[in-house]
Design a protein around this ligand. Structure first.
Ligand SMILES: [Zn+2]
Length: 511
């Protein structure tokens, strides 16, 4: 008897999980998010009624692209997912010697956000076959990772097979997929890096807003970095040129858009967080590599295939808009990046968001109409420094720190071993305050520390690693090495420490 009850319950739970009915009323879909009619059935999921592009269809789709454009398309497998699927990246580059701008595009880092992947498949098909994009095709060197988290994707699940969120893993590199992607990302060394996602428009917090709850009104949200270690000229160029052009296009096409927001509870009250400054996620991580970077959120998670063509069209249009802006400003962008590499402002170890009142658009679930919602915004795009340090000339790391050194190498950081014992004047960190989080975050026990920095003379043995700050990814370097930085190796527990320890990391300040 008991067994059969358990069986009935499990069967019920199984179907409840499979069905996942969209929470959205037909009226809201029709009124605010009518499906697109301009797309042709050229990608696998657009050719079939049920489900999304599966692995076999993905591979046969990209093989077809290569077969019909053999001199432009090449496919490389960068390694295997945890479940053993080979992960493809597709390079699109004509053989002409015209000047090209390098653009990295990825989608499907979260496995339950299918419009990103489908949109990039559609984009590849368009740029290769549509003659009106011939100039764009000539001007780009594209590297596209259409299904970053294959294991998650095939199960319509956000996470990688080991439960990690691949977009919180960009500094600690705990998932095999992250390490493989990071390696090819660094080798390609793009000028522009784009990451396509979808977001959940029916959040738990939204049920408590307005009289009977709200849903998000925005077709798409732009997430670009507010991190103060990203040189200001790169942040401005991203917003003023790239996002601005895409905003105009979204307006023209009647898609509602805004800066990325999410929600969180602060002293019991729901606040809207805006933008991002965290190096653990792609938008900021890529910008810290000194490139133009944006993460796009399209309204879709939890909606099944509702408005699926609309979501694909938005992804496609955003990818095309960024391509066009990149090609039209190739020289200017390369100049901005050079300027950014020479930037020598102090290092911002921790920062705080500006908090203010504003209104955002929302769809009221009771009246099914568009409203202006009064909200508190916590804005990473208007961050200010809390803890700053002089920018060092270099960091020094003891050769015994193999885990850290491997991660730095994987992040594209150049390191030079000392060829003889050498005396340096350095700043050493001593842990002056230590807290280990009781909760595990992303399979790691977070450490919150404060350090005291003292200047000492120290002889370092041959083989010790010297890491110059005169390199392209130096801004990322400070985010992982400065102990108090929120996504550093110390914060994530990659480098275990305790009160009164001296860290095996040193700062070289020339005076
Ligand atoms: Zn996502």
């Amino acid at each position: 008897m008991r067994n059969s009850i358990i069986l009935v319950i499990s069967v019920f739970v199984f179907f409840a999980l499979q069905a996942q009915p969209s929470p959205q009323s037909k009226k809201i879909t029709k009124k605010f998010f009518p499906d697109s009619e301009s797309l042709l059935p050229v990608t696998p999921a657009l050719k079939k009624k049920r489900g999304y592009t599966n692995y076999k269809e993905l591979i046969s789709f990209i093989n077809d692209l290569k077969e019909s454009h053999p001199s432009v398309v090449s496919i490389k497998y960068i390694g295997e997912s945890q479940k053993g699927y080979k992960i493809p990246v597709i390079q699109i580059k004509t053989i002409s010697d015209s000047e090209k701008i390098k653009i990295w595009m990825q989608a499907g880092l979260h496995g339950n956000e299918p419009a990103g992947t489908e949109g990039l498949l559609y984009y590849m098909h368009s740029i290769l076959n549509n003659n009106s994009y011939a100039d764009l095709l000539e001007g780009v060197d594209l590297l596209i990772l259409p299904m970053a988290n294959i294991d998650g994707y095939l199960k319509d699940n956000r996470y990688a097979a080991n439960g990690l969120d691949l977009n919180r893993d960009q500094t600690k590199l705990m998932a095999p997929e992250t390490r493989l992607i990071k390696k090819v990302f660094c080798e390609f060394n793009a000028h522009v890096g784009l990451d396509f996602h979808e977001y959940r428009p029916y959040r738990k917090d939204f049920a408590q807003l307005s009289d009977f709850g709200i849903t998000s009104a925005y077709d798409t949200m732009f997430l670009y970095s507010g991190n103060l270690n990203v040189p200001e000229n790169i942040r401005n160029y991203t917003n003023d040129v790239f996002v601005q052009n895409a905003r105009k296009l979204m307006d023209f096409k009647n898609f509602r858009h805004r800066e990325y927001t999410s929600t969180g509870k602060y002293a019991g009250e729901i606040h809207f967080t805006q933008g991002s400054s965290n190096a653990r996620s792609s938008a900021t991580n890529y910008a810290l590599n000194n490139m133009i970077s944006t993460l796009f959120e399209v309204r879709g998670v939890g909606l099944g295939k509702t408005s699926f063509k609309r979501r694909i069209e938005i992804t496609l249009e955003l990818a095309l808009s960024y391509t066009k802006t990149a090609v039209e400003n190739t020289t200017a962008i390369k100049n901005e990046i050079q300027k950014a590499i020479l930037d020598s402002k102090p290092v911002v170890v921790t920062s705080k968001r500006k908090v203010y009142k504003d209104t955002i658009k929302a769809i009221d679930l009771d009246t099914e109409s568009l409203i202006d919602l009064d909200v508190t915004i916590r804005d990473a795009l208007q961050s200010s420094p809390v803890l700053e340090r002089l920018k060092p000339n270099a960091y020094i790391i003891e050769a015994s720190q193999i885990a850290i050194l491997n991660k730095l190498k994987n992040l594209g950081i150049e390191m030079i071993p000392l060829i003889e014992d050498k005396l340096f004047t350095v700043e050493a960190y001593r842990i002056s305050s230590y807290n280990e989080a009781s909760k595990v975050y992303e399979k790691m026990k977070l450490q919150k520390v404060k350090t005291e920095v003292t200047t000492i003379q120290k002889e370092f043995p041959v083989g010790t690693l010297l890491i110059s700050m005169q390199q392209q990814r130096s801004n990322l370097l400070t985010e992982v090495l400065e102990p108090e930085a929120p996504n550093s190796f110390v914060s994530f527990g990659v480098l275990k420490t305790k009160l009164d320890d001296t860290l095996p990391i040193y700062r070289v300040i020339n005076k």
